[in-house]
Structures are given as structure tokens and as C-alpha cells.
Ligand binder design. Structure first.
Ligand code: PNW
Length: 481
């Protein structure tokens, strides 16, 4: 049978970077301070009906003001690495022009503070907060946004390119393209299949151009990466050839639309065929593919759950349990005849099924397709409905479900390591409870609780468990937490 993924005592090698991750719009707040321009997420969250409960990132975790205490907290937990993102509109309020000194200074202090505490900085240039002014010119549907991104990368590289250890260009371009321009669940909330496919290409191009720009200006010897949310796809049992073809189609649009150009230097032919009625992909210009394919020191992998599909024959209402907020549009251009099926539990608060075998499977599949490519888990974690309890007057959050989720996924990652995968690290999503995009503050992914009234931080049991994992380099049992 399949492993239960609860092993304790498994050791991770020295140099395997264990830390935690956040993103600028989800934690910083201070949305109008020090000259920061508006991003598409400011516009989106301030538009009634787009985010649950009308939540916005205006204040979030107030990390912009509390960064130093947050760094101290990371140090107390013993984090070896911290994956954060840089808010483009803090550097260039309209997405173009000279850099704002105050914006650069904030991230410069943050990086210095990490290094002073012995924490490796992993910086993401784009975790979804596109300057609104660029969206007004077409956003990711136009090529000029990719060119502007390269200029932004150069400015950040000039300022931080002597200290950042790992640069990640984009976080989950799948979400930016398909949720932002296809389904409309994310900012900017557009619902056009063609726009989504144009966005795919311009995001891929932006990645390549940004690495070229960084390479020209950095002075240390950093690593370059991009982070993808690859879908682990399964066909309905017994669905035969038609199920396998549904997997093939979703694999093309969800996974190979990115790994193709980024790692093989070409878009897959079946992606073109599947989307021929939407676009002829004429926006892919000569020379683009050579610039998109850049050697990557690590490929970032975000993993939460699996996806179950089959071909829809139209005989009953279409099942769309794809884990995404249904706001009308489709995040699957050209795949209107694919069904997404409910999966066996247990589930997290997001409604996502928990299946650590999917992580092992994904790492093995990447290793087989790209044997020489080092990998890093740049996000894995879970939202649960945590509660604060008082233990002898001390506020605590006992989150056994999150501890169990993490233990089982760390075990899966360890099995992949043992099977020969060149896996370099594991960043838990997320350090802090934060603004969970379309769900606002209702979903808590943090290993540290945030009280949104007082901004108090309360380390959950999962953070203590992670701290012990880092000190012992072994997967801990949960005794004595
Ligand atoms: C990732 N989906 O987002 C992001 O990188 C994080 O910012 C986010 O907080 C985290 O995962 C948890 O959601 C995703 O709909 C958002 O499949 C949506 C999806 C996947 C990942």
C-alpha cells in the first residue's frame, strides 16, 4: 500500500534550506505610504464583491512597520531561509521611471536584517502586485509589460544585487494569467480566454528578460529561479483513453505552457492545437523562446493538492471542483469539455484535498523530465480554522492538523530526496496568517497567528514543530509541543 507519510526521525542533509514564505501584498499593509503606487490588488480588493467580507491589504499584517520584530521572530524560530516578495509599486509607483529610494530602502533593511540574523534571503520580484498604471495599458496581455518588468528587475538588482542569495522572477504565473485574466477570481479580474493566453506568454517573456537584466547588474553570485504551481493531475478511475486525454490537455495548459518554454525552449504543439479557436499565438515573436529559456539554479515548486479530471460528455451538469473560486469565467481556456471531479478527503479549510503522495509524485516527475534541474519547494502549507487558547495565561494555538499536514509533506519530500531528486530546500507557506487573496483574512495559513485587532503575533504549535525540525534536522514527533 501507499505510505502514510508520518515517519518521524528522517534527517535532512546539511545545506537543505528550511524556512518560511510570505508575499508583499499579503502581509505589508502601508498601502499608501512612502510614495507606493496602487497595484491591481488595491483596485481589485477595493471593488465591492471581489474579496470576501470586503477585506483589503490596506493594513494586512502591518509588516511594513513591524518588519524588525518579525525578523526577530524568524530568528527565534531558527529559520534558515525566508522567501519574501518585493512590491513593484513601492519601487516604481506607475511601473515605469526611476526607483523610489524609500521603497528600495525598505527591502534593503529587510535583507540586511535577514543576513544579520543568519537567514538566507530568497527574493521574489513579482508575487502578483502589478502597478495599476501598467494594467491600464493592458497589463500582462501586452508585451510592453514584460519589457517594463525587465527595467524594474534591473533597478532592484542594482540596489540589492550584492546581497540576495536567490532571485525568483515570478510566483505562480499560472495564477497571474488564468485567475487574473481568465476566471477573474484574482486581480485584475478579467474573463477572457485570449487575454489569459497572451498573459501566459508575456509572463514567460518577463521571466527571461528579468534574468537577463539581473545578470547585468548583480555583483554577488546569486541563484536564479522561478516558482510554478504545477498541477498534479489524475484521471478518473476507469475513464480510459478519454480520461488520459483530459489529463494531457490540462497538463498542457496548466504545466507545459510554462515548463515548455522555460525549460525546453518551446511551447508544446498540443497546447497550440487545443487553443487554436482562441488564438494563433501570433504574439510569440521570433527570438522570444531563446530569451525565455534561462538556466535555472533552482526551479521553485509550490504544492498544496491534486486535481482529478475526466472528459465531459455533456450528459449531466459539468462538474467544476477545481479548487478555484467560481466567479463566472474559466481558468481553463479551450478546455470547456473537461470536468474537474470532487476528490477524497480529508480537506483543508480551502476545500483542497490533502494528499502528500502528490508532492512525491510531482518531484519525481520533474526529476525524470529534467534530471539535471535542482528543485526547491517554495510553498507548502495549509489553512485551518485555528483557535487561541489560554495555557496558564499564555495564549497558544494548538494546530495539530497543520502539524500533521506538514509532517506528512516533509516525509514525502524526504522520500523524493532518497529517490535521488536534487531537492534543495523547503519553504513553508506561510510565516504569518495573512491576506489570502479572494478569501481575504478568512483563511489562516500561518505557522504564526496574527490577531488582526492588535497585530499580536502568536507562534502556533506548527512553528515550534518547524523550529525543532530545523534544529535537529530531523522530522520531529509531536510529543511535548
Ligand atoms: C499560492 N488556486 O496561491 C500563492 O503563491 C500564495 O500567495 C497563496 O497565499 C497560497 O498559494 C495559498 O493559496 C494560490 O486557486 C492561490 O489553485 C490559488 C490557487 C493556488 C495557489
Amino acid at each position: 500500500g501507499s505510505p502514510d507519510y508520518r515517519d518521524v526521525g528522517l534527517r535532512f542533509p546539511d545545506g537543505f534550506l528550511i524556512g518560511s514564505a510570505t508575499a508583499s501584498y499579503q502581509i505589508e499593509g502601508a498601502y499608501d505610504e512612502d510614495g507606493r503606487g496602487a497595484s491591481i490588488w488595491d483596485t481589485f480588493s477595493h471593488t465591492p464583491g471581489k474579496v470576501w467580507n470586503g477585506d483589503t491589504g490596506d493594513v494586512a499584517d502591518d509588516h511594513y512597520h513591524r518588519w524588525e520584530a518579525d525578523l526577530d521572530l524568524m530568528q527565534r524560530l531558527g529559520l534558515e531561509s525566508y522567501r519574501f516578495s518585493i512590491a513593484w509599486p513601492r519601487i516604481q509607483p506607475t511601473g515605469r521611471g526611476p526607483a523610489l529610494e524609500a521603497g528600495l530602502a525598505f527591502y534593503s533593511r529587510l535583507v540586511d536584517g535577514l543576513l544579520a540574523r543568519g537567514i538566507t534571503p530568497i527574493a521574489t520580484l513579482y508575487h502578483w502586485d502589478l502597478p495599476q498604471a501598467l494594467e491600464d495599458e493592458g497589463g500582462w496581455t501586452v508585451r510592453s509589460t514584460a519589457l517594463a518588468f525587465a527595467d524594474y528587475a534591473r533597478l532592484v538588482g542594482e540596489a540589492l544585487g550584492d546581497r540576495v542569495a536567490v532571485w525568483t522572477t515570478l510566483n505562480e504565473p499560472w495564477c497571474s494569467a488564468y485567475l487574473g485574466y481568465g476566471s477573474g477570481a484574482h486581480a485584475p479580474g478579467r474573463t477572457s480566454p485570449e487575454a489569459a493566453l497572451r498573459a501566459v506568454h508575456h509572463l514567460n517573456l518577463a521571466h527571461g528578460l528579468a534574468i537577463e537584466a539581473l545578470r547585468e547588474v548583480v555583483t554577488n553570485d546569486p541563484q536564479y529561479s522561478v516558482t510554478l504551481n504545477l498541477h498534479v493531475l489524475r484521471a478518473e478511475e476507469g475513464s480510459g483513453e478519454s480520461g488520459a486525454d483530459a489529463v494531457r490537455q490540462i497538463d498542457a495548459i496548466a504545466n507545459r505552457a510554462f515548463t515548455g518554454p522555460l525549460l525546453h525552449g518551446a511551447y508544446p504543439a498540443d497546447l497550440f492545437a487545443d487553443t487554436a479557436s482562441i488564438t494563433d499565438w501570433g504574439f510569440v515573436q521570433e527570438g522570444d523562446l531563446a530569451r525565455i529559456r534561462q538556466p535555472l539554479h533552482v526551479l521553485g515548486v509550490n504544492y498544496y493538492s491534486t486535481t482529478l479530471v475526466r472528459r465531459w460528455d455533456g450528459s449531466s451538469p459539468r462538474s467544476m471542483n477545481d479548487g478555484h473560486k467560481d466567479v463566472g469565467g474559466s481558468p481553463w481556456p479551450g478546455a470547456d469539455d473537461v470536468e474537474f471531479l470532487p476528490q477524497a478527503g480529508p480537506y483543508t479549510e480551502m476545500g483542497w484535498n490533502i494528499d502528500p503522495s502528490g508532492l512525491e509524485e510531482l518531484l519525481m516527475a520533474l526529476h525524470e523530465e529534467f534530471p539535471a534541474q535542482p528543485l526547491m519547494i517554495t510553498e507548502n502549507g495549509a489553512a485551518f480554522a485555528d483557535e487561541v487558547v489560554l495555557d496558564d495565561g499564555t495564549p497558544r494555538v494548538h494546530d495539530p492538523l497543520r502539524v500533521d499536514y506538514l509532517r506528512r509533506h516533509f516525509t514525502a519530500a524526504h522520500r523524493a530526496l532518497e529517490r535521488g531528486v536534487d531537492l534543495r530546500g523547503y519553504q513553508v507557506w506561510s510565516l504569518l496568517d495573512n491576506f489570502e487573496w479572494g478569501y481575504g483574512y478568512s483563511k489562516r495559513f500561518g505557522i504564526v497567528r496574527v490577531d488582526y485587532d492588535t497585530q499580536e503575533r502568536i507562534p502556533k504549535d506548527s512553528s515550534l514543530w518547524l523550529a525543532r525540525l530545523i534544529t535537529t534536522r530531523s522530522i520531529p514527533s509531536t510529543e511535548g509541543l
